[in-house]
Structure formats: structure tokens, C-alpha cells
Design a protein around this ligand. Structure first.
Ligand code: PMP
Length: 400
């Protein structure tokens, strides 16, 4: 007996069952049996090209990071068994926070156990029910969930549209509470890049604050890899940078960096920071090593840019629909869900793994085949992915 607990699953069950019926395999249950390298893994017993891992610089397979993790686990053990405000702060946490502050040229950093918690913990520490959040309509779930946890009023503005934000800020000019605008650097589903400089101008005009989630752009964009704010030369206008270790850095964890001196008070107002175990020491050691790689190997960013351009151009030349932004996230938009499911399965059967993203989790409610490019991909691997996309697209009549 479940006392009706799962009655509300009825419509989810129906769509899940029709998805399972339409797909020879569960698109949300893919198992990477073993990564052989950053770009190749064993899936269903076959060598498969990985084009859906967010491992932009290939650093999940960094020897340097791996050796640092092993050495630290050997000397310090594998976990902290506590929250940052109890027994969960080791000197390594302080070292990582200091290092991130240096990397971003900011005064303070707070490190969280995941990127998801970094958004929840930062947003809920910064605003409450008396304040207003202005969120880009295509914001990541962790931003929406942080907003919910904070209790602040939420006003959404049109995706990547500073003029729409301007209008909405103007309408709330007499509101007594604080106003915080949140945008992302590179958008996780489409690869769109925020016009951050324009957002900074707008928020300055209205005396609001700005937080930028650089989850997908840290290590990727900007001369030193600090993301879209560095690329667009507007770092001074950003009050809080949030990000994750789980993409370009190849580990796990999240952070918020800022010049605001209230950071130690924020630590006491942030439930996702306080009421969870802190990052294990070996993960911090690996993250510190990966940060060194990001700093010392600018050639990784150059390779990533070159590879992103190759995949983007290849897919466009085939006649497939993608965003016009060239970033390591490249999503092919399709018309119908059954078409996307068939396309995704055929790609996997041909040895190319990408992410299948379905409405309602996608912008404009259209299905996407989301690719992420890596610095570690060879030109031949990218050419193979393009060839396979072309073959499947022609077979399904998506292109002629
Ligand atoms: N922000 C954005 C924009 C993301 O895309 C993600 C993860 N996909 C997160 C935050 C959460 O990061 P993590 O998976 O490291 O918890």
C-alpha cells in the first residue's frame, strides 16, 4: 500500500511509458561502463565517442589531478564526515577558497559541495521574501530552486534580452527590498552566450545587483578562462560569480566568489552550505590541480575553441538547426519528440553519444540533441560525429 503517494505520478507514468515504448533504450539511464579516455567510453559493450559529458577540457582524466587525489586520499583519508561550520573545514577548503579568490581577483570565495548547492546556497543567502529576483527565462533548474528556497518574489525576463530586463527593473523602482539579477554565462541547453556587458549597464542604471552563473564558461571563455565576464571585459560589474567544478575542472563541487565582505555572515545564512557534508579532501586536491591546468595550459582553451568551431560549422553545413553562438555546447533542434528519440538512438548505435533533452526541460519546448565539445577531441573524432549526424539526419528525412 502506498496511500496514494504515487497517484500524482499518473501523467508522468504515461509519458515515461510512451518514451520507453518509442525508444529501444532509456535515454535517461545510459550507463558509461568505463571511460577509456576523456573522449571515448564503453557504452553497451561498444567503444563510443563521448559528445555529451560537459568535460570541456578533458580534465576528468587529468593525470595531474588524479595523482593529487590519490596522494591526498592516502595522507588524509577520503571524507570529512561533517559540515563546513562543524568538523567539515580542513585547511584544504581554506586553500581552495583562497586559490579561487586569486584566480578571479576577488576578495572572497565560498566553496559548496556541488554547483547545484552553490546556486541554492548563494541565492537563498542573498535574498528573502522582501526582495525581488530577476531571472533569465532560460535559467538552470538550480537557479529556480534557489529562488524558491529564498522565498523572494521572482520576475522572469526574456532570454538574453537586456531591454526586457530594463523594462521590468523600471517597473519595480519603488520597491523597498533588494533587487538581484541572475544570468548565466553560457546557457547549458543551447550554448547561447549572455550579452553580459549590456546586462551590467542595465543593472547599474537601476542600482540592482548582479550574479552570474559561469558553470559552463569558466575555464572555457576569456583570456585566462574566467568566463563570459572576462571575455566581455565587464568583471567589475558582476557582484557574485557562481560556478561548478563539475565541468571544465572535471571534479565535483561549486563556488561563489565576490568582493562583498559579508561573506562570513552569508556562510551562516546559507542552509545548502551549512546542513550538508563538505567536499572530501581528495576532490579538493584534484580541483586545485585542475585549476593549475586551467591556468598553465591556455592551449586547452585554444583547442576547445577550434573544436567547437569545427563541430558547429560541420552541423550547420549539413543544414541542421543550431544556435548561432559558437560555444562548446552545441544543440541541434528537432521538430518532434519521436523524431528526436529515434535520432538519438541511431546516433548511439552508430557510436556517438550526445544528450537527449526533451520538453518541458528545453527552451521553446522543442527537443534538442545536445552536444558538448572537448579540447581533447581530435579533428577526426569531430569529423566522424558530423558524418554520423549527417547519415542519421538523411535517413530520417531531417535533411535532404
Ligand atoms: N548551473 C548550471 C548553469 C548548470 O548547467 C549546472 C549543471 N548542469 C549547475 C549549475 C549545477 O552544477 P553541478 O552539476 O555541478 O551541481
Amino acid at each position: 500500500m502506498t496511500s496514494g503517494l504515487f497517484d500524482k505520478y499518473a501523467s508522468l507514468k504515461k509519458s515515461y511509458e510512451s518514451l520507453v515504448e518509442a525508444s529501444p533504450r532509456n535515454p535517461f539511464g545510459v550507463v558509461i561502463e568505463r571511460p577509456l579516455s576523456a573522449t571515448v567510453g564503453i557504452i553497451e559493450g561498444r567503444e563510443t565517442l563521448l559528445f555529451g559529458t560537459n568535460n570541456y577540457l578533458g580534465l576528468s582524466q587529468s593525470r595531474h589531478a588524479r595523482d593529487a587525489a590519490i596522494e591526498t586520499a592516502t595522507s588524509m583519508g577520503v571524507g570529512t564526515t561533517g559540515s563546513r561550520i562543524a568538523n567539515g573545514t580542513f585547511s584544504l577548503h581554506k586553500k581552495l577558497e583562497k586559490r579561487l579568490s586569486e584566480v578571479f581577483h576577488r576578495k572572497h570565495t565560498m566553496v559548496f559541495s556541488t554547483g547545484y548547492q552553490a546556486n541554492l546556497g548563494t541565492i537563498s543567502a542573498l535574498v528573502n521574501k522582501d526582495d525581488i529576483l530577476f531571472l533569465d527565462a532560460d535559467s538552470h533548474a538550480s537557479i529556480y530552486d534557489g529562488a524558491k528556497l529564498s522565498g523572494a518574489q521572482v520576475i522572469r525576463f526574456r532570454h538574453n534580452d537586456p531591454a526586457d530586463l530594463d523594462k521590468r527593473l523600471a517597473r519595480t523602482k519603488n520597491s523597498p527590498g533588494a533587487r538581484l539579477v541572475i544570468v548565466e554565462g553560457i546557457y547549458s541547453m543551447t550554448g547561447n552566450i549572455a550579452p553580459l556587458k549590456e546586462f551590467v549597464d542595465v543593472k547599474n542604471r537601476h542600482n540592482a545587483s548582479l550574479m552570474v552563473d559561469e558553470a559552463h564558461s569558466f575555464g572555457v571563455l576569456g583570456e585566462h578562462g574566467r568566463g563570459v565576464a572576462e571575455l566581455q571585459n565587464c568583471e567589475d560589474g558582476v557582484d557574485f560569480v557562481v560556478g561548478t567544478f563539475s565541468k571544465s575542472l572535471g571534479t565535483v563541487g561549486g563556488y561563489c566568489v565576490t568582493d562583498h565582505d559579508e561573506i562570513d555572515l552569508m556562510r551562516l545564512c546559507s542552509r545548502p552550505y551549512m546542513f550538508t557534508a563538505s567536499l572530501p579532501p581528495e576532490i579538493i586536491a584534484a580541483t586545485l590541480a585542475a585549476l593549475e591546468d586551467i591556468q598553465n595550459k591556455p592551449e586547452l582553451r585554444t583547442a576547445l575553441q577550434r573544436n567547437s568551431t569545427q563541430l558547429h560549422a560541420g552541423l550547420k553545413e549539413l543544414g541542421l538547426t543550431t544556435s548561432d553562438f559558437v560555444s562548446p555546447v552545441i544543440a541541434v533542434t528537432l521538430e518532434t519528440i519521436p523524431q528526436a528519440i529515434t535520432f538519438w538512438n541511431a546516433l548511439l548505435e552508430e557510436g556517438v553519444y550526445v544528450n537527449l533533452s526533451l520538453p518541458p526541460a528545453t527552451p521553446d519546448n522543442r527537443p534538442l540533441l545536445r552536444c558538448s565539445v572537448m579540447a581533447a577531441h581530435s579533428p577526426e573524432e569531430i569529423a566522424k560525429a558530423v558524418t554520423v549526424f549527417g547519415k542519421v539526419a538523411r535517413t530520417l528525412g531531417v535533411i535532404s
